[in-house]
Design a protein around this ligand. Structure first.
Ligand SMILES: *Cc1c(COP(=O)(O)O)cnc(C)c1O
Length: 438
């Protein structure tokens, strides 16, 4: 079957001249030399370039300039923190918003504020940044890993339900790559079993679930502002909630347990405060968010539309009513469909000019050494040694998560990309898939 078959004629017509050329290059072995892979010395499928877009400029400068006229750089009632919070609430209407030093901090604050006690279990995704579970471990909770949906890359609600025990207290839904988790199903499970539902939206700034802003579906939501995320302060985080009990506690759990509104020490926690210089940059960054994420959402979906139906290639799956903001794009390879392995596919695709890499994190979180050895606190895990949990991470099985990491191919989608580039990425994927077709 030629790749022409997989790319309907109307796609060529609808596309720009750039795509038509790239399309011809992939339209199969009939064109001889044109279909030769770039890795074998043939022409590259991706020739379009895009201007680089500066990440920082006038909006951040305006805030920083104003900040330098202040006589305090402290967050509490800080003008920049206040402006950020107002802007944040316009895009994500949550009552209590706490800025903090990282996404990891935001998640730790959430776990503190929800009242987790030693031995409580928190069900979450095994493919995530380890920051998702660091706070759980520090609060003496037990991360429990559930399996994922094959092409959505988010929690499989059925497996979440299977992982529930009398010790379960919360679910952390990781909106991996900016794709909204199945919140309706997770909410129903959480309600049925009286669990707290936390959203890890670190990769999902500006994402939407059935039209609703991500962060408003669970009980508490957490964002990262680390340098690689959609918007950034170098490092930083936000935790927010409208929950009547947990919401008012977010501030103190990020501020050494000190309630600044009442000037009382009400809990015990660490210091995760964000200062005004970062809040100033953040308030500026927020004005760019909609532009960044709406572009990424459109470009990621464009890639999907143009690789749909390529034999052996499974596109990143997004619900039609959701907005995935593609912190990365991941398609999966059906290993049986190709004569090459993933490393070779990746090498060939990269040679065509696609910014790609195989997999994501090397292994699911529970297969990392610190988990396999239950060695969180200098080689010890008091919870396990004292018999408060019988969790054995060497026995945890999440086959779909393993398969995602061994068959997934990650493509960088950036707001500076043009439609032509994305269409050429699609042409490159078809060209490589066609060449190595089993
Ligand atoms: C980045 C990230 C975190 C941690 O955020 P930091 O700001 O790096 O601490 C947590 N969860 C996910 C899903 C992330 O992508």
């Amino acid at each position: 079957m030629s790749s022409k078959h997989d790319m309907p004629r109307r796609d060529f017509i609808a596309a720009s001249a750039g795509l038509t050329l790239a399309g011809l290059a992939v339209s199969g072995r009939a064109h001889g030399e044109a279909a030769k892979l770039a890795v074998d010395g043939g022409p590259k499928a991706v020739t379009a370039t895009a201007p680089t877009v500066p990440r920082f400029g006038a909006p951040e400068r305006e805030r920083l300039e104003q900040m330098l006229g202040q006589d305090t750089l402290f967050y509490w009632k800080g003008p920049q923190t206040t402006i950020f919070t107002e802007r944040f609430k316009e895009i994500c209407p949550l009552e209590h918003v706490m800025t903090c030093s990282s996404g990891t901090a935001a998640l730790h604050i959430a776990i503190g504020a929800m009242g987790l006690v030693p031995g409580d279990e928190v069900i979450t995704s095994p493919i995530t940044d380890i920051g998702t579970v660091i706070g759980v471990i520090y609060q003496q909770g037990v991360p429990v890993f559930a399996d994922l949906l094959p092409s959505e890359l988010t929690l499989d609600p059925a497996d979440v339900e299977r992982k529930i025990t009398p010790k379960s207290r919360a679910i952390i839904a990781v909106h991996l790559a900016g794709n909204p988790s199945r919140m309706e199903e997770l909410r129903a499970i959480a309600d049925k079993h009286k669990l707290v539902l936390i959203e890890d939206a670190c990769q999902a700034w500006g994402a939407k679930y059935r039209g609703k802003p991500i962060g408003t579906l669970g009980d508490i939501a957490c964002w990262s502002l680390q340098n690689s995320k959609h918007i950034t302060t170098g490092d930083g985080g936000v935790v927010a909630s409208s929950h009547p009990v947990f919401g008012p506690k977010l501030q103190q759990y990020g501020d050494k347990g000190f309630n600044r509104a009442t000037s009382g020490w009400e809990s015990f926690s660490t210091n995760y405060r964000m200062s005004e210089p970062q809040a100033a940059v953040l308030a500026g960054q927020l004005t760019r968010l909609e532009g960044i994420v709406s572009t990424r959402a459109r470009l990621g979906n464009l890639l999907t539309e143009n690789i749909q139906g390529v034999p052996g290639v499974l596109p990143h799956q997004v619900h039609t009513e959701d907005r995935c903001v593609y912190w990365f794009y991941m398609f999966r390879l059906d290993p049986g469909a190709f004569t090459c392995d993933r490393a070779q596919f990746n090498k060939a695709l990269a040679a065509e000019g696609v910014p790609c890499s195989p997999g994501y994190i090397p292994v699911p979180v529970h297969r990392s050494d610190v988990f396999k050895n239950h060695a969180f606190f200098n080689g010890h895990w008091n919870l396990k040694e004292s018999g408060m949990t019988d969790m054995d991470y060497t026995k945890v099985e999440t086959p779909e998560a393993e398969a995602i990491l061994t068959t997934g191919m990650r493509v960088v989608i950036h707001e500076s990309n043009t439609d032509d580039q994305i269409l050429q990425y699609a042409a490159a994927i078809k060209k490589v898939a066609d060449h190595y077709k089993a």
